[in-house]
Design a protein around this ligand. Structure first.
Ligand SMILES: [Zn+2]
Length: 383
């Protein structure tokens, strides 16, 4: 047994001593704007972080990408250990475009730290490095793989296979997304995206009304049908969030389209939703429907492996002096991919704060040390 297992006070004080390091590095990272859409900007944030990881003994593998920033695989601890690694999932892309720092600058005010991407999830990534640093100092480092992806905020199109491959070789996955309030996330909905395109027959609304078949009218009717797929009792929701179509009021519209967000709680509902969309038929038979898309993140269901991880975290947290709850959320993360493979996944291990993707995005300073200590303790206590 190590002193970290037996003495939470010691763990807290070692972590507390690293708070200045944490704050300095977080500020540096937040000041490097990294919108998902700009590969070189994301790479700058990745390189900065990889440099810090190297100083903490990481072996670095860079997965180069063409359309997105590069994905970084950072391995800590003994490389030839028999112990499986724990995979820690992070992302350094943000939803914030360049120059956001002008309107929401790095700012420390009454125990809160503001800035683009500070909560989602640059603080989480710096917490992971801090936890590794604590464990190295205590001679407790074990195999840990920190994966920093570059395009999580746009659905992880290129990093998904890397995440899945690393998850399969790991004993557990911790996700550095923000907590839900104060709670860890043990379930997440699956996420789908569909586009519904209608091709009608255009005509002059005054001269030639009867030969037209309106794509806009057809789309409106389809939206009623699609919205009725929602089944709140099953946690299945369908939202037609964007519509477009037509050219002028005096033209019967030849084209219209809708973008649809789908959320599911049960993995089995993916097939059901898919069938419902594929079975849609035009109501006006002169119109044509084209449906594209699908479920891209399977749900993270609340399974035994994840519950066991949560129970351990709850116990360790209580030793560290705080109570821990679990929560389910409708939002997706890269944890959805790993949980769907059956690898125990605990999400919301990152910072505490509010306003992810919103102008008031911030973290709460008082929680940085206890949550980082919890992350370190979980790395030691998990097989
Ligand atoms: Zn995130």
């Amino acid at each position: 047994m190590s002193y970290i297992d037996t003495d939470p006070k010691n763990l807290l004080s070692v972590t507390q001593a690293k708070l200045p390091w944490f704050l300095q590095h977080l500020e540096e990272l937040v000041r490097v704007e990294s919108p998902s859409e700009d590969p070189s900007a994301v790479n700058a944030a990745q390189e900065l972080t990889a440099g810090w990881a190297a100083a903490l003994g990481a072996k670095i593998r860079r997965h180069r990408q063409k359309k997105f920033g590069d994905v970084y695989e950072l391995r800590f601890g003994p490389q030839r250990s028999r112990q499986k690694p724990i995979l820690i999932l992070g992302h350094l892309d943000t939803v914030w475009p360049h120059t956001t720092l002008k309107s929401m600058p790095w700012r420390v005010d009454s125990g809160k730290i503001y800035g683009p991407g500070v909560l989602d999830m640059k603080a989480g990534v710096v917490m992971a490095l801090t936890a590794v640093s604590v464990l190295r100092e205590a001679n407790l480092i074990r195999p840990v793989t920190l994966l920093l992806v570059s395009e999580e905020e746009i659905g992880s199109p290129v990093s998904r296979p890397i995440t899945e491959r690393l998850a399969k070789e790991s004993s557990a996955v911790f996700v550095l997304e923000p907590a839900q309030g104060l709670a860890l996330k043990t379930a997440r909905k699956g996420v789908g995206h569909y586009e519904v395109r209608v091709t009608g027959i255009g005509a002059h609304a005054g001269v030639d009304f009867e030969s037209g078949h309106s794509a806009v009218l057809e789309l409106a009717r389809q939206i009623e049908r699609i919205s009725a797929f929602t089944d709140l009792k099953r946690g299945l929701t369908v939202n037609c969030g964007v519509i477009a179509g037509g050219t002028r009021s005096n033209v019967i519209a030849a084209e219209a389209r809708a973008e649809v967000d789908v959320r599911i709680v049960r993995a089995g509902d993916a097939g059901k939703v898919e069938r419902l969309f594929r079975r849609l038929k035009p109501i006006d038979s002169a119109c044509k429907l084209t449906i594209t898309g699908g479920i891209n993140r399977p749900p993270m269901e609340r399974k035994a492996g994840t519950i066991a991880l949560f129970q351990r975290a709850k116990k360790l947290a209580s030793g560290l002096g705080f109570a821990l709850d679990e929560a389910a959320t409708g939002g997706g993360s890269d944890g959805n991919f790993t949980a769907a493979l059956g690898v125990p996944t605990l999400d919301g291990m990152g910072a505490i704060g509010a306003g992810a993707h919103a102008a008031h995005e911030h973290i709460l300073v008082e929680h940085i040390v206890p949550r980082t200590a919890l992350l370190a303790a979980m790395l030691v206590a998990t097989e």
